[in-house]
Design a protein around this ligand. Structure first.
Ligand SMILES: [Zn+2]
Length: 472
């Protein structure tokens, strides 16, 4: 069993300092490191990368570990030969027990060699970090899933529940193809499960490497933009009239600015408020407890909503992001438009938000329409944080990181989890990988992940999946 040693704690504390202590690599970590290196060094960007190749390489490793061909499915859609993925099945002993799905995406955000200090597609270990595009997002978890399945097979482990692993392409955008959406539409049987584990949350370190919280994602907000459009016959600016497209639009925006969507409390943000109330303390801590108990506590809402991160976690938000109006400096405007971007609380529909905006604006001359592609992000309710899901996380987390609270979060950003949850497979973000305040520079330059953090996450997830797989 892996315990956090004083030396390892010192490594984490010193990460970024001039002479970090190197953690000892355990023998079983050597094989994992090679797998991780192979995956990270397989370019899977939308521009020139190849997810199918990465999927084939991971399938080859599983096959070498004893997975029969029938349990390994490499899938590609006809028009997207390089956007393929892999589903691996590890059959459970109880045919009546529902499967557990392990999800990770293979594709990575673009990375230009000339912008990076090191080659983004070569795994570099330096100063206690792994540097590479995808070092954390999301090839850390993808490698851990493959490695765990290999180890389970080599041990002759017999889970009660079937384990399924889906490695997919297209999470980061840059291509219209999304592997999870494709599986849901075409091979739902292959990924059917009681619930799924995914990216979307992790441990939080402070600036000194101290562990603050171990977060679990249970739900994601949906992004939807609306266009506000006002048209007018216009005319010469020397003869203004009261009915002006710009003023009318400005009045509508003023109403949106003044409007707050009501507080909504679910398992994710309610759990967050309850767990963080005590460690936060003071007026804010008290407001957290009060709002979790009573979502209509306006005073508590006002205190918490001064913090933009809390404000967005508590409700649907809509904000003006783009503005365009008029056609000449000496003409009355014939057209005025604004883009309003809304981040919608899980379980609330786009249509309901549109109706609210129409009501709040209260002006039929302001046309409010949805912006964006015909195929929109799924609208999914937040997955419930049942004891069945939470208890193993709490137990293993307490063993590995005593005293560090397990804290549910509602994700304001988005992952593939929403599409799965919408398809009836509740999806949770859980990694056991601890991140520094810069979140490992995911999507950015010189993406990196603490070596010790990655190995810990591997130990955590290996145990967690077993705990779920053995559940009655
Ligand atoms: Zn990701």
């Amino acid at each position: 069993m892996f315990k956090l040693t004083a030396a390892l704690a010192a490594t984490i504390a010193l990460v970024g300092a001039s002479a970090p202590v190197q953690a000892q690599t355990r023998p079983d970590q050597v094989a994992f490191r090679a797998l991780y290196k192979e995956l990270v060094e397989t370019n899977t960007t939308a521009s020139v990368g190849d997810c199918t190749l990465a999927a084939q390489k991971m399938a080859a490793r599983l096959k070498a570990a004893g997975f029969p061909d029938r349990d390994l499915t490499i899938f590609t859609a006809p028009d997207y030969p390089k956007n393929g993925g892999l589903v691996a099945v590890y059959p459970g002993a109880d045919p009546k027990a529902k499967a557990i799905l392990l999800l990770a995406h293979l594709d990575v955000v673009e990375a230009k060699r000339e912008d990076w200090t090191r080659d983004p597609f070569t795994l570099v270990e330096e100063g206690g970090y792994f540097y590479a595009r995808g070092a954390s997002d999301d090839k850390a978890q993808a490698s851990i899933w493959v490695d765990s399945l290999i180890r389970y097979r080599q041990e002759g482990y017999k889970p009660r529940h079937t384990l399924k692993m889906a490695l997919t392409c297209g999470e980061e955008g840059g291509s219209p193809f999304n592997g999870v959406a494709w599986l849901v539409a075409n091979r739902r049987d292959l990924i059917d499960a009681a619930f799924a584990l995914n990216e979307g949350a992790g441990g939080q370190l402070d600036d000194h490497g101290k562990r603050l919280a171990h977060t679990i994602e249970a739900g994601e907000k949906t992004s939807q933009s609306f266009q506000f459009l006002v048209t007018n016959p216009g005319g010469h600016s020397s003869r203004p009239v009261p009915d002006n497209a710009i003023y009318r639009l400005a009045d509508a925006l003023e109403k949106v600015r003044a409007y707050e969507f009501p507080v909504m409390i679910n398992d994710a943000n309610g759990g967050y408020l309850r767990k963080m109330s005590k460690p936060t303390g003071g007026e804010v801590g008290a407001a957290m407890a009060a709002l979790a108990a009573n979502p209509r506590d306006a005073k508590a809402d006002a205190i918490l909503s001064k913090d933009p991160s809390l404000h967005t976690m508590l409700r649907t938000t809509c904000v003006a992001t783009l503005l365009a109006a008029g056609h000449a400096g000496n003409a009355l405007p014939q057209r005025a438009t604004a883009n309003i971007n809304c981040r919608i609380f899980p379980g609330v529909s786009r249509d309901a938000v549109q109706e609210t905006l129409v009501r709040v604006v209260g002006d039929p001359q302001v046309k409010i329409t949805k912006v964006g592609p015909a195929v929109r992000e799924a609208e999914a309710p937040a997955p419930p944080l049942t004891p069945q899901v939470m208890a193993p996380i709490e137990k293993i987390s307490a063993e590995m990181w005593p005293g560090v609270p397990v804290v549910p979060i509602l994700q304001a950003g988005a992952t593939d989890g929403k599409a799965l949850t919408a398809a009836g497979i509740p999806t949770y973000g859980v990694q056991g990988i601890f991140y520094e305040p810069d979140l490992g520079r995911i999507h950015g330059l010189n993406e990196r992940l603490g070596v010790a953090s990655l190995y810990e996450g591997r130990d955590f997830l290996y145990k967690l999946v077993k705990a779920y797989a053995d559940q009655p």
